[in-house]
Design a protein around this ligand. Sequence first.
Ligand code: NAP
Length: 291
Amino acid sequence: MNRRAAVFGASGQLGVELVRELEARGYYTAGWARHQLDITDAAAVERALASAEVEIVFNAAAYNQVDVAEKEPLAALQVNALAVRNLALACRQIDARLVHFSTDYVFDGQTSHPYTEDAPTHPLSAYAVSKLAGEVYAQAYLGQPLVVRTCGVFGPGGKFTARGNFVELMLRLAGSGRPIRVVEDHVASPTFAPWLAARSLDLAERGHCGVFHIGGGTPIAWFDFARMIFEAAGLRPELTPTNEREYRTVARRPKYSALSNAKMETAGVEPLPPLRQALEIYFAQRDARPS
Ligand SMILES: NC(=O)c1ccc[n+]([C@@H]2O[C@H](COP(=O)([O-])OP(=O)(O)OC[C@H]3O[C@@H](n4cnc5c(N)ncnc54)[C@H](OP(=O)(O)O)[C@@H]3O)[C@@H](O)[C@H]2O)c1
């Protein structure tokens, strides 16, 4: 009999890759996009999981509007925290494992080395607080959840989602013909969604639980990432560096939020290939998928 899995947030960048990866590995996979199932509806979550009879549940659904969350912190909390409680309770009912995704933004960025899982958390924004609360809910209600923190997710599915991703934003700005300014004093480890999906499933299949970091493995300033994107895309827009002093955002963001994958690698999961390779695959897959 096939193994059975469920994916919430199945039409997001990560969700589509999780469904693809699970199906490729022979799982019967039930996936719900937001319009099919809103995870803030506790009864709907419980009903869906009870009838799907799955052994593992992936939560790729999230409220990701970091700046908007400063105006509507409750909306972020409902999806990123309280709804995780719904999922955890429903998983407990059917004895399923929960794999939940969190963020590098649980850290304050006051470092210059990739964050390990045992680093103290200190969220700087309403979005970040809501995501940290989601981790806590998963751990409060379940004995062995797997919480995967990731960073700067980009997958070819981002071409079609409302939120998009950094690569799509850069392509859009290049298309506008206007000069592009990107911060050079914020460093992250952008993460390719298909590899994130595969490594998360690798960890889950090996029975790991607790908090794991899966970042792209290449700490890079957003300005340098933008340059790499344009090189990979064969574009030459006018790109200049800026900094957080000149480019203010509504929400505070960690200046340095690259994640260390050392714990994942020690657990026997393959390291992620170089970021440049991810971009080459990104563009090949993006162009191959119908608009
Ligand atoms: N994107 C990043 O840069 C980034 C960075 C660090 C961590 N993460 C984390 O990585 C995970 C995957 O992110 P992603 O990049 O795949 O995000 P994404 O592309 O924005 O996908 C999130 C999905 O969640 C859905 N969703 C939102 N509210 C929902 C609700 N109430 N019920 C059900 N579905 C809901 C969205 O649907 P709609 O589009 O219809 O709203 C969307 O399909 C999330 O946990 C995120 O917090 C992401």
